[in-house]
Each structure stands twice: as structure tokens, then as C-alpha cells.
Design a protein around this ligand. Structure first.
Ligand SMILES: CC(C)(COP(=O)([O-])OP(=O)([O-])OC[C@H]1O[C@@H](n2cnc3c(N)ncnc32)[C@H](O)[C@@H]1OP(=O)([O-])[O-])[C@@H](O)C(=O)NCCC(=O)NCCSC(=O)C[C@@](C)(O)CC(=O)[O-]
Length: 322
């Protein structure tokens, strides 16, 4: 990997085991989710979403999150943030001893009322009221808290979202004590112009160093939007291996921008991520095979094909020596 200065290091948040799996028809058992996360960690991902303490009636794919966490290894500085949207979630987090296995939780709200109602069964104002004690109690126990604002460009029910609304919510989350706020284009309708406009607006109140971007790739602009943000100064990018998933409460939304695609582009632009891209491509192939669906990544399958060609050439050269 190229040596780059610290200011060209992009912190990747691998969302596959949470945002990815939460929207897949196949529900993976705990042991396979642990295997998936370990493979990602071995490929160099340091921040990997470990799951969600949400109602199993709402999102059955995330049941057993505490057990998943209990099998994870933090010894190499790995972090496994988990979603904890309400006080019940934080109670379960502590009751199950999950603080022994992860030091980071995440809370979420949205910039459009109808999506927030679909996702959290409450108004935006009520979701802020709901998450406030979660953040306060988590910080009091020395946990790190990440915030998400969803539907930052468009809402599946209401259409375009005002950037000012996103700015207001991002500021609330930062003022509460979130170390970073991830801006979610939940349904992937942004483009570098609309996403950029929103980012500029939010940056009036929240420094770019405290912002992340979380671009779903429904219409193929996820890489462009994420790269736009990085070139503007954002240094935290969310993505999901093989482009898995989406939000079950955002009709029509596809998965996150594929990790292989955004990391391939970042490395070629002189940014570092700490991820071994060839190893990541193998994990993307493994999870796609396991879920019985094609990878949504472009770079992943291309890298796998290149690895096979290189191996065949090496074998041929080896035979020629004999
Ligand atoms: C928040 C609730 C629970 C409210 O759901 P509700 O039905 O309004 O809640 P309630 O308080 O009436 O409780 C209903 C039942 O759920 C239980 N309950 C209540 N809370 C919990 C909990 N934390 N964990 C486990 N169980 C819980 C509670 O005990 C009760 O159990 P019952 O009495 O029926 O047996 C529900 O709306 C929910 O779980 N929503 C989460 C939906 C979700 O996970 N969405 C996907 C993640 S967000 C996302 O993907 C977007 C993001 C972050 O990636 C960024 C982007 O892309 O934009």
C-alpha cells in the first residue's frame, strides 16, 4: 500500500454485517455473522458494524447481536459499533455485557418525517428525545457514540429533503456528544451536485472532520458522491462489502456503495484506507456466494478475475522453468 500523509487516510466504516445483512432475505446465524466479521477484520477493516440492538420483530436479521459481539476480537484496535436507537437498546447492551466487546454505539434519526416514522415509529423530534438519554448514558460510561442522519438528500415518501434540515439534525447530534455524524443518502438519489450542496450546508455548523458519508448506490452514484465528499475534506466513508443490503424501511433502496469499489477508487487516487483490497474482494465473493446472490460491486468481481488470471500466468511461468 502506498505511504501517504495522515491527511490522506480515509477511515472506512464497513457496514456489511449490519446495514448489509439487515436487508437480506437470508438470515445468517450468529456463527456465520461472526465468521463474516472476522474475515473482514483479517482483510484490514478496523471499524466494522457489529449489529443492532433493535426489535427482532422489526429486523429479525439482527437478532443475536450481543452473542455476535461476544465472539469478536478487539485486540488489534478493531471497533464494532452497534445501533442502539432507544433506552431499551442501551439497557440490553449493558445487560448482555456487550461493553466488554465493543466501546462504540450508534444512534440514528432522519431528515424526513415519513421515513423516520417508517423506520423508528415516531416523529423526528421524538426520535431526538428518544436518543438523547442514550447518548448521555453511553458517554457517561465512556462509550464512543456515532450519529446517523438518514434521508439527507431524498426521502422515499416525500421526495427532496432540505439541506438546512440535515444541518440542524447533524448539529444536534454533535452538540449531544457524538464524535462523528454519518450523512446517509438512504435511497441513493443524490448526485455530486445535490449531495455537495447538502454537505456544504452541514459544514456551516459541523466541521468536515466530524462528518462521515453513507451513500447507498441505488442509481449508481454512490462512489461519485463518496469521492466528492472525500475530495471536499471528509475522511470517514461508510460502505458495505459486495454492496450488500439497504434499509428495510426505505422501499426500493439498494445497498451501500460497495467497499471494493470505493476503496479501489480511493487507493488509485492516492488515499490510504488500511484495507487489503485483494483480500476484501475475496470476502465479497465469499459472502455473495453464501447469500446466493451476485455481488453488487464492480471492482470486487474484476479483482477476483484478475487474481485468477495472475495465478494462471504464475503457474505457467513456474512450469516453463521446469
Ligand atoms: C425503535 C423501535 C424498537 C420502536 O418500535 P415500537 O414498536 O414503536 O416500539 P415499542 O416501544 O412499542 O416496543 C415494541 C416492542 O419492541 C420491543 N423493543 C423496543 N425497543 C427494542 C430494542 N431496542 N431492542 C429489542 N426490542 C425492543 C419492546 O420491548 C416491545 O416488545 P413487545 O412488548 O412487543 O414484546 C423500532 O422502531 C425499531 O426497532 N426500529 C429499528 C428499525 C431499524 O433497525 N432500521 C434499520 C436501521 S437504520 C438504517 O438502516 C439507516 C442507516 C443508519 O443505515 C443510515 C442510512 O442508510 O440512512
Amino acid at each position: 500500500m502506498a505511504t501517504v500523509s495522515d491527511d490522506r487516510f480515509v477511515r472506512i466504516l464497513e457496514a456489511g454485517p449490519r446495514d448489509g445483512l439487515q436487508n437480506e432475505k437470508t438470515i445468517l446465524p450468529v456463527a456465520e455473522r461472526v465468521d463474516f466479521i472476522r474475515r473482514l477484520a483479517n482483510a484490514g477493516f478496523k471499524r466494522i458494524e457489529g449489529g443492532a440492538f433493535v426489535s427482532p420483530k422489526w429486523v429479525p436479521q439482527m437478532a443475536g447481536t450481543a452473542e455476535v459481539l461476544s465472539h469478536l476480537d478487539q485486540s488489534h484496535g478493531n471497533r464494532y459499533p452497534v445501533l442502539t436507537p432507544n433506552s431499551k437498546a442501551l439497557e440490553l447492551f449493558f445487560f448482555t455485557g456487550s461493553q466488554k466487546y465493543t466501546d462504540e454505539i450508534a444512534v440514528f434519526t432522519a431528515a424526513s418525517e415519513s421515513f423516520n416514522k417508517a423506520n423508528l415509529n415516531c416523529t423526528i423530534a421524538d426520535s431526538v428525545t428518544m436518543l438523547t438519554p442514550v447518548v448521555e448514558q453511553a458517554l457517561a460510561k465512556s462509550l464512543r457514540v456515532r450519529g446517523y442522519v438518514s434521508t439527507v438528500v431524498g426521502c422515499p415518501f416525500e421526495g427532496a429533503v432540505a439541506p438546512e434540515r440535515v444541518r440542524e439534525l447533524a448539529k444536534i447530534l454533535i452538540d449531544l456528544g457524538c464524535y462523528e455524524v454519518s450523512l446517509g443518502d438512504t435511497i441513493g438519489v443524490g448526485n455530486p451536485v445535490t449531495f455537495g450542496r447538502m454537505l456544504n450546508e452541514v459544514a456551516k455548523d459541523v466541521p468536515l472532520s466530524k462528518l462521515g458519508v453513507h451513500c447507498h448506490d441505488t442509481y449508481g452514484a454512490g462512489v461519485a458522491n463518496s469521492l466528492f465528499a472525500v475530495e471536499a475534506g471528509v475522511r470517514a466513508v461508510d460502505c458495505a462489502i459486495a454492496g450488500l443490503g439497504g434499509c428495510p424501511y426505505a422501499p426500493g433502496a439498494k445497498g451501500n456503495v460497495a467497499s471494493e469499489d470505493i476503496i479501489y477508487a480511493l487507493h488509485n487516487m492516492g488515499y490510504a484506507t488500511g484495507v487489503d483490497l485483494d483480500a476484501a474482494a475475496q470476502v465479497g465473493k465469499w459472502i455473495s456466494d453464501r447469500l446466493g446472490r451476485p455481488s453488487a460491486s464492480r471492482a470486487g468481481p474484476a479483482l477476483i478475475a484478475k487474481q485468477a488470471r495472475d495465478a494462471a500466468l504464475a503457474e505457467k511461468a513456474e512450469k516453463a522453468k521446469l
